[in-house]
Design a protein around this ligand. Structure first.
Ligand code: Z5A
Ligand code: MG
Length: 212
């Protein structure tokens, strides 16, 4: 069987502060791709379904205490434990739409006061996204959206530092999206850019170059 016939899937990441619409848009993007006959799968970090993910959920949602470094390493381990499955899907030609990743990992831990360089180390060499959308809006506006305030990190001062960290981590090729637009406007913008990327990744190799 000729290898060159194998077209891999695209790794599309959505990043951003809380309540910027990442999960809403990730779901809509996956649905739209599937409806166009392009196999696509949603992957959310943290993945709270694994054993490591349950420890993260205990910390975020159930008030269980862990020190900042230990939690940071759990979030990273939660990505590494998934990466084999993610790669397998991509190699089979399925597109992966990923809701948060290592940039969230570093932005939150650094915002809590951990050293930025230290924070990046556990994710060095992780699979690199083909396309990253950064959904951006002011913290004031995102606070007005539903569901804010239930979990440990949902405080204005921390969220403000997280946003600064995201901007410090921003790569030149990120697509910065105005998250104050309507859901339909954002969806149309994301779908168009995603389609263009999907058309390009085809025969290229997966890259394990995050922060290398
Ligand atoms: N965290 C970490 O510390 N380290 C790591 O490595 C990782 C994560 C991966 C949980 O993440 C926490 O983990 C998070 C970061 C930290 N900290 N906090 N806080 P999570 O991904 O599970 O967080 P979440 O609770 O699922 O949601 P979110 O990410 O904060 O929200 P979102 O996905 O960006 O937004 P949404 O759920 O799509 O929309 C929020 C609301 O706004 C909802 O009512 C929508 O209907 C509404 N919405 C969405 N779009 C719009 C537009 N365009 N207009 C108006 N209203 C809208
Ligand atoms: Mg979400």
């Amino acid at each position: 069987k000729a290898n060159h016939a194998m077209v891999r899937g695209a790794f599309i990441l959505l990043e951003g502060c809380d309540r910027t619409g990442k999960s809403t848009q990730a779901e809509r993007l996956v649905d739209a791709l599937n409806r166009r006959g392009q196999r696509a799968l949603l992957w959310k970090f943290p993945d709270r379904t694994t054993r490591i993910g349950q420890m993260i959920d205990g910390y975020l949602a159930k008030g269980q205490d862990l020190n900042d470094q230990a939690v940071h390493l759990l979030f990273s381990a939660n990505r590494w434990e998934a990466i084999g499955q993610i790669q397998a899907h991509l190699r089979e030609g399925t597109h992966l739409v990923v809701d948060r990743y290592a940039y969230s990992g570093v932005a939150f831990s650094a915002a809590k006061g951990l050293d930025l360089h230290w924070c990046k180390q556990p994710d060095v060499g992780l699979l690199t996204p083909d396309l990253t959308f950064f959904l951006d809006m002011s913290i004031e506006e995102s606070m007005n959206r539903g569901g804010f305030g239930q979990e440990r990190y949902e405080k204005v001062a921390l969220q403000t530092r997280v946003r600064e960290m995201f901007h410090a981590l921003r790569e030149p090729d990120w697509k910065v999206i105005d998250a104050t637009q309507t859901k339909d406007q954002i969806h149309a913008e994301l779908l168009g850019i995603a389609q263009a990327t999907i058309g390009c990744v085809g025969n290229t190799e997966l890259k394990h170059t995050l922060w290398t």
